[in-house]
Structures are given as structure tokens and as C-alpha cells.
Design a protein around this ligand. Sequence first.
Ligand code: PLP
Length: 368
Amino acid sequence: MKIPYNYLPMEFKDNKEIFKHWKKLIKSTDFTLGQYMIDFENKFKKFVNAKYCIATNNGTDALILSLKSLGIGRGDEVITVTNTFYATVGAIVAVGAKPVLCDSDDRFQIDVTKIEKLITRKTKAIVPVHWGGASPEMLKIVNISKKYNLLIVEDACMGIGAKVNGKSPGTFGHVGAFSMHPLKSLNVMGDGGVVVTNNKKLYDWMKKYRNHGMINRNENVIWGVNYRMQPLQAIVAIHGLTKIQNVIKIRNQNAKFYDLQLKELKEYVKVPHRPKGYIETFALYMIECKNRDKLLSFLIKNKIEAKVHYPKPLHKQKAYQQNYKKINLPVSEKQSKSLITLPVHQFLGKKQLTFVTKTIKKFYTNVI
Ligand SMILES: *Cc1c(COP(=O)(O)O)cnc(C)c1O
């Protein structure tokens, strides 16, 4: 049995609606901004319950746009977590600010108990990451930000469809950024991103900056860039929104099955705590395990496409070490040696999930 990590061939078999609207779009040649992009923005802001929404090229641009809208730049320090995708820190560096990396907690999220120690006179913002589609302790982060008068830009790139006590990632801070890259919970056919905010001023600025600082064809009020979402992708994203709730439901059921089965192996495998009131997207289903590298090879030999996110935390990467002082973040360093990501997507059924857990059980009971 083969357990693929990539489910996109199955996901995009369902493409009739997409082609229908692509044909309409091609006839209209409404290729820049356009009605489909506006429709997507209206649907997305309803879905996450935010006042304003701006569709962008991708999640990285969404993060850069968010940071810039708050005036974060040269001379500012921005606190984020070391175990994240490169783009979180890449965006902070792209606006000219200095990334200050925090260690992870035992749910692989930013450790909220270690944030305050990192705050200096230069700290301007916190970028909490909803890593893997789970959420950090957002309410505590909001409290810290209020106490020290800091801004919050949420990296909710993996968090479309997640909830913390009924509230969507991206709506706790001043601005939230999302991605619709093929490895996230809602996928377009290539790249797509979104920014949400409840602040009209920030929204007005971001809308202008996304489109060259134009307010109309003949008037340019600020220097901007081109971060516009492609209408072709807006159509795919609108279709994705009709299915996302079901996707999240199935992934949560799959994850629950893994959790229950793997808890039987608690000598070898550690399933993270799943706090009440948190709904995850399971963009990544991660556990910690003994003998990780051997388990990984064993799973791959058995055609189960497991992965590691990531074998090297950001503060150990060359890009970081060339530019900043060396730091030790022991929890994330330890986790980078024990983390494994299992396929958990919405196209896996009971039979495949059972094969995965049986293979893991076989590894620990036969090999060790
Ligand atoms: C994917 C991702 C990004 C970047 O999104 P793109 O759409 O690929 O540019 C940023 N942060 C995190 C946490 C991500 O997972």
C-alpha cells in the first residue's frame, strides 16, 4: 500500500467548477484585480470573521505587506519562533527589521513563557506562527503585547480553517497573513495569499500598496508594489472555500485516529497535547519519536511518505548564523531530532491510516 504525502492530484480531480469560471474569466479578460478577486476577498473575510481582506500573490507577500502596513522596518526587532518556515523570518528581514527567535513549547509552537525575556527597547512586534496549522497560546501573546505596547502580525499561513475557542487564526492581532500554497489547508494551483485586519486605516494603506500606490489610473499617492492575486487563482480559492470545512473535519478525524493509536506506544512516541477549544488544520501532523531517522527510513521503505519539519531549526541555518549572534534554543533543537510528520490528508481512509499506525507499531516492537 502506498501512502502519498501529496494529495493534489485527487484534490484537483474536482475541477469542473474551476474550468467553468476560468472560461468566463477568459471571455471577460478581467485579468487584473477583477470581480473574482473581490468575490474571494468578501467570502474569505466572512469565513474568518474579519472586517477587511486583501488578496495577494502568496503568503510571503502577505506577511511583508502586513509588517509594512504597521511601519515595521529598519531598527526594529521582531520576535518570532525558530521552528517555522523560512518565509516568516524572510519577511521580517525583507522589511529591514531584525528577527529575534524564540524557542518552541511542547506543542511545537512559540513558547509564550520565553517571550518576555526577549523584549528590548527596540522590540516593535511579535509574529506568532500558527505552526503546522495548530495555534500558539494566542490570548497570552495578546496580553504580552498589551503589557509592552507591541504590535502583532500573525503568520497564519497554515491556519486557514483552524480555530481557537471559535476564533480564527489571523484575527487576534493587528494584521494576519495566510497562504494558499499547495502545502497548506486550502490550496490554489500555485501561489496565493491573503491578509486580514479589522483596522480600516491599515486596510486602505495595504490596498493601495498592493497595487502600485494607485487610487485610480491617473493618480499615484504612495510608492507601492504589485502584490495582486491572480484572478485565475481567486477562482480556485473560491472553490476551495466551499470545501474547506469538510477538509478540516476529515483531517481532524484522521488525526484523532492517529492520536489514539499512537498513544499506545507512549514509550516511543509522544503525541502533542491537544488543548480543548483548539481546532487544528493539520497542515502538518507532527509527533515526537525515538530513533526518528530509522523510523523515517522504515516508513519510506514501506511507501509511507513521512517527512520532517524541520531537521534544522532556523537559528541553526546558514542564513541566520551569517547575520546574527549564535543562540541556543534547546527545546527546538531537541525536537528537530525527534519530530516526524505523517500524511494525514483528507483522502486517506481508515485502511491507509491503520497501515501507517501498524507500520509504526511494527517498527518499535520488532526493531528495537
Ligand atoms: C507557507 C508558509 C509561508 C509562506 O507562504 P507562501 O505562500 O509559500 O509564500 C510563511 N509562513 C509559514 C508558517 C508557512 O507555512
